[in-house]
Each structure stands twice: as C-alpha cells, then as structure tokens.
Design a protein around this ligand. Structure first.
Ligand code: NDP
Length: 300
C-alpha cells in the first residue's frame, strides 16, 4: 500500500470532541442543552442498530437524546402529528426520521413536514434548494463527513477534478453540490455512464457511492488520486465462521490503495463520520435557533 489511509474513526472522534466542547459552552454560558429527536417506524434490525448508536453518541457529547419508536403500522397522520409536536418543542433542535420508512408512508411528505431549521439530515426540499444555490443550509451528514475529510487532507480542493459515482438524493447529488460549492470541477457518474473507467481515470478525487461491493478496481484510479469510499456492503465471510459476514466498500481497497495518494477504508472511513456530522448538525441547528455563533469547522 502506498496511499495514506484517511482514518475516519479518529477524525470522527475529533469532530465529536469539538461538538462536546461546544455543547459544554452552550450549557455553561447560555443554559441551553441541544436536543436531538430520532423517530423510528417499525423494527428493521439495521435501523434499530443505527438509532441505538445515534442515541448513545448524542448522550456522550452531552446533548439530550429523545427516541420515538413507532409501530410498523403507524398511520401517516400519527407520524405527521408527532413531527408537528417535535417541530414546536423548544428543547428539540434536531429531528431525524430514520429511513427507509414502511411502504404505506410517503417518505417525501414526511421529510418535508420537518421544520427545515431542525432537519439535521438535510433532506428537506428547502435545504436541498439552499445547498443547491450555495446558501446556508442543513447539509446531509454523509457528504458533509466526506467534505470534512477532503478539506482536512487537501486544505483546498478548488480546481481539482472530482468524480462522484452515484446520484442518489442522500449521497451522490449533495456530495457533488458540496464539491462544486468548494470550486472542484465535478462529474457525476451513474449506471448509464458510458466508459466509467475512463471517467474515473481523469479524477483527482473519486467518491464511490454505489452500493456494489469492490466495484472500482485500482487500474481505474489516477496515480496519487484521493479515493473516498462511501459504500457499505456485506459479504459472506465463511473464514470467520459459519453465517459470518464482513463489510467491504464500493472500492477494491488493496488495488486502489496501491495507486491512490489517499484512501478511506471500509469499515472505519466514511461510516463513523456520518454520525459525527449528525451531532455537528444538531449543535449547529441549536446555535442558529438561539441566534448564537455556530461552531467553526463543523458545517459546509
Ligand atoms: P442508491 O442505491 O440510492 O444509489 C446508488 C447509485 O449508484 C445510483 O445513482 C446508481 O445509478 C449508481 N449505480 C448503480 N450501479 C452502478 C454502476 N454499475 N455504475 C455506476 N453507477 C451505478 O444508494 P445510496 O446513494 O443510498 O448509497 C450508496 C452506498 O453508500 C451504499 O453502499 C450505502 O450502503 C452506502 N451509504 C453509506 C453511508 C455511510 O454512512 N457510510 C450512508 C449512506 C449510504 P442510477 O441512478 O443510474 O440507478
């Protein structure tokens, strides 16, 4: 391996430390405790794990954590009524509705019912529009985490060629927008892109957000490029025991690390940054709601 390993775990711990310091200041100087409410509908095991870990880390940085666990058959009107109640609760500064929602619930309607100022996932249509026009917004957590790591590694990414593979609303598109706002030259690739290898080979920065295990091989990477692997894929790992699995990214780590200048591993890269950025967004939302200075370096 020749590439520098960008350690998301350590970076995320640093971000959580900065959040905790800011929370302490808010409590001591203003008697304000930032509060995050997480709403989970149903019992999807992966979502339950995420929600538990979000709650635990919220408390660890000194914030108030509220969890609402609703039955899988909860009517849409009940969920909207809960969101309405959280929107007007002065002790709640961030609201996150865990996705995906059960099929009978309209995801767009639910997300757009959240007060945009409390939309710490950054998925509300107002925040999408604000980000798209370069205005102050709540920024989706995973792309924000990627941007923080890129800024820390490169200083400035202005003028660099960046390729984002994937165009989802939660990762690919906001990622491309953030890179553009930082003056990178951005290409967005997707399943219809012709000659993806050729497109990726031109990039100084490659962001892979596809959901296909180890899809990007080392011979697609420009020597010295920075590779950010967003993908989380579970593969069978019989070598670890029967029924065991292991996590891999969208990038073939070994072959890419032999060519790249820097690379994030999976696990331990982008993943830990996502929750850290959720906490950062909550403290930012709290400061904005109270007309106070935002923490430096924790927003886009
Ligand atoms: P989506 O399934 O919503 O989007 C995947 C994108 O990849 C689509 O735009 C699709 O193109 C594109 N794509 C699919 N196949 C190919 C291909 N062969 N070549 C080029 N592009 C392709 O996924 P998400 O954006 O939600 O997530 C992407 C990955 O990131 C997943 O592994 C997910 O688990 C992970 N993730 C990780 C997070 C973290 O915290 N680290 C957070 C969120 C997601 P098209 O639009 O044409 O179909």
């Amino acid at each position: 391996m020749t590439a520098t390993r960008i350690d998301g775990k350590t970076f995320a711990a640093k971000v959580r430390g900065q959040v905790a310091e800011h929370v302490t200041r808010l409590k001591n100087d203003h008697a304000i405790t930032p509060g995050l409410a997480v709403v989970l509908v149903g019992e999807d095991p992966a979502s339950q794990v995420y929600v538990r870990s979000k709650g635990k880390m919220t408390v660890e940085v000194g914030m108030k954590s509220v969890e609402h666990k609703l039955d899988i058959n909860t009517p849409e009107a009940d969920l909207l009524a809960l969101i309405d109640q959280l929107n007007t609760d002065p002790e709640i500064h961030g609201i996150l509705v865990q996705l995906p929602l059960p099929k009978h619930l309209d995801e767009d309607l639910v997300i757009n019912a959240i007060d945009p100022a409390k939309d710490v996932d950054g998925f509300h249509i107002s925040n999408v529009g604000l980000l798209g026009t370069g205005q102050k917004s709540m920024v989706p957590c995973t792309p924000l985490g990627c941007l923080m790591m890129l800024r820390a590694h490169h200083g400035s990414i202005s003028g660099m060629d960046a390729v984002v593979i994937g165009r989802s609303n939660i990762v690919g598109k906001p990622m491309a927008q953030l890179l553009l706002n930082d003056s990178a030259t951005v290409t967005i690739a997707h399943s219809r892109t012709k000659d993806l290898a050729d497109v990726v080979r031109r990039a100084d920065i490659v962001i892979a957000a596809v959901g296909r295990p180890q899809m990007v091989p080392g011979d697609w990477i420009k020597p010295g490029a920075t590779v950010i692997d967003v993908g989380i894929n579970r593969l069978d790992a019989p070598e670890k025991g029967e029924g065991k699995t292991r996590l891999v990214g969208d990038v073939d780590f070994d072959s890419c690390a032999a060519v790249a200048g820097a690379i994030t591993p999976v696990p331990g890269g982008v993943g830990p940054m996502t929750i850290a950025c959720l906490l950062a967004n909550t403290v930012t939302a709290c400061c904005r709601a109270n007309g106070l200075a935002e923490p430096v370096g924790l927003t886009a």
